[in-house]
Design a protein around this ligand. Structure first.
Ligand code: 6PG
Length: 249
């Protein structure tokens, strides 16, 4: 699909497996480009049920030749639980991506879910400033999901986190799908400093919110407020999640 800078690119894939393959292919291309241009690739990862398939693919043989030593992993959000907890977004990555890729431990920049969230958020902002400098965290890629309520990362509709423009990481709290309520999240300005943002959305239970996000900009949902200042947004959606979207897309 043709797209110009800052116009979201929307790609509908047949199913969750193809969605993960397309995301892995793009991850590899962006990694190669960033390493060639700047000597490193920085990616902020999300949790939830959707990205695991992508992380598992990236850990497999076809991606063994990626320049993993230059890949730096960050997180878009984390639940306030220890890293070994089943609810930990770090643990998801530790169980899927890390075993097959050769990312050096010092390139893994996790949020401290085991700390009190305000302290963990402030610590993470320091981590980001040490890596990116004080201007803005220009991630080469941010991988995001979409909640059934329109949240992304841990930016929930109506939450005060959406107004935190002076911070790069903040504590958040929300009840959602029986997941841990306390969280740490990157803020809108931090996410919107990215060079590329890819949303991964799969499944019929997302069909209502996908239609709203794509068709009703006035809803101003957190996911609709991801507009990188100088970057590209791509929506990778599977067919089930787009069944309510009119064919013009
Ligand atoms: C988290 C996430 C969150 C997630 C959405 C979608 O830690 O909970 O990062 O923003 O991406 O809730 O989750 P699913 O992929 O499970 O639908």
């Amino acid at each position: 699909m043709h797209n110009t800078a800052n116009t979201p690119e929307i790609l509908i894939l047949p199913d969750a497996a193809t969605l993960a393959e397309e995301a892995a292919r793009r991850f590899a291309v962006l990694t190669a480009e960033a390493v060639a241009a700047r000597g490193r690739f920085s990616v902020a990862l999300s949790g939830g049920s959707t990205p695991g398939a992508l992380y598992r693919l990236l850990a497999g043989t076809p991606f063994r030749a990626l320049p993993w030593a230059q890949v730096h992993l960050f997180w878009a959000d984390e639940r306030s639980v220890p890293p070994g907890d089943p609810g930990s977004n770090y643990r998801l990555v530790a169980e899927t991506l890390l075993p097959g890729s050769s990312i050096p431990p010092e390139n893994i920049h996790r949020m401290r879910g085991e700390w009190e969230p305000e302290r963990a958020a402030r610590d993470y902002e320091q981590t980001l400033r040490a890596f990116f400098g004080d201007t803005a965290p220009h991630f080469d890629l941010v991988l995001l999901g979409l909640g059934k309520d329109g949240h992304t990362a841990s930016l929930f509709p109506g939450a005060d986190t959406l107004a935190k423009t002076a911070r790069w990481a903040v504590p958040a709290t929300a009840e959602y799908a029986e997941r841990p309520a306390w969280r740490i999240t990157l803020t809108l300005p931090a996410l919107n400093a990215a060079r590329h943002v890819i949303f991964l959305v799969s499944g019929a239970e997302k069909a209502t919110i996908v239609r709203t996000v794509l068709e009703d900009p006035a809803a101003q949902l957190p996911a609709q407020r991801i507009h990188p200042t100088a970057g590209q947004v791509t929506w990778l959606l599977d067919a089930a999640s787009t069944m309510n979207v009119p064919p013009s897309h």
